[in-house]
Design a protein around this ligand. Structure first.
Ligand SMILES: N[C@@H](CCC(=O)N[C@@H](CS)C(=O)NCC(=O)O)C(=O)O
Length: 216
């Protein structure tokens, strides 16, 4: 009997990406709550993740952080459907890694922090949204969406074709949260391939199983 533990909070897009991979592989795991925004990051968690971000993952004593690494490990270490193209398809594998890198480097900060947090969290925090931050982030997100649509395969239903991959699972939580800001749905609709992809993704049981609210 093996044991898998994911540390983090369900609201986090990165934690959700890891949960999606575990769900799609059919891996049972314990979700240990770590709320990095609530209070001081607990010392025991710093030992798992020296940068204090979420998620972290442990499998039979093997500890790992960084979501991209967790996703690739979950795909390779467990049975279940492959979430990467085979090694005979280096270009397909490179595309998956490219999408994951694009999400981390160019999409996460403007979409989640500059748009979602400002538009949706600021009112709950009883402060005015930083409109200049939102305005500056919109073209950056539009560029990401255009780049993703360029990489997306016409035939779908998933981003890179018929196979569900880690690229879909890394991107979906960011899109799901970002769409809650009123400015974002029109940006998605402007890229029909990406909009079609999201329609396919939002219907997956793994999305429903990891949702904190109904999808938009
Ligand atoms: N590079 C990290 C990023 C993880 C990350 O930024 N997670 C967010 C929650 S979605 C977080 O922990 N933020 C806390 C902070 O920025 O201090 C990964 O891939 O796991």
């Amino acid at each position: 009997m093996t044991s898998s533990t994911l540390y983090g909070a369900p609201y986090s897009v990165y934690v959700r990406a890891a949960r999606l991979a575990l769900a799609e592989k059919g891996v049972a795991y314990e979700l240990v709550p770590v709320d990095i925004f609530g209070a001081e990051v607990p010392g025991w968690y710093r030992a798992l993740h020296p940068f204090g971000r979420i998620p972290a993952f442990a499998h039979d004593g093997f500890r790992l952080y960084e979501t991209g690494a967790i996703l690739r490990y979950v795909d390779e270490a467990f049975d279940g459907p492959a979430l990467m193209p085979p090694s005979s398809d280096p270009r397909g594998r490179a595309r998956v890694n490219q999408v994951i890198g694009l999400c981390d480097a160019y999409l996460y900060r403007p979409l989640i922090w500059d748009i979602y947090v400002e538009r949706c969290d600021a009112p709950a925090e009883r402060r005015a949204a930083d409109e200049a931050k939102i305005a500056a982030a919109l073209p950056r997100v539009a560029t990401c969406f255009a780049a993703l649509a360029e990489l997306a395969r016409e035939e779908g239903p998933y981003l890179l074709g018929a196979q569900l991959t880690l690229a879909d699972l890394h991107l979906a939580p960011m899109i799901s949260l970002g769409l809650r800001a009123a400015e974002v749905p029109p940006l998605l609709r402007a890229q029909p391939k990406l909009a079609r992809w999201w329609s396919a993704m939002r219907a997956r049981p793994s999305l429903a199983a990891t949702a904190t609210r109904a999808e938009i």
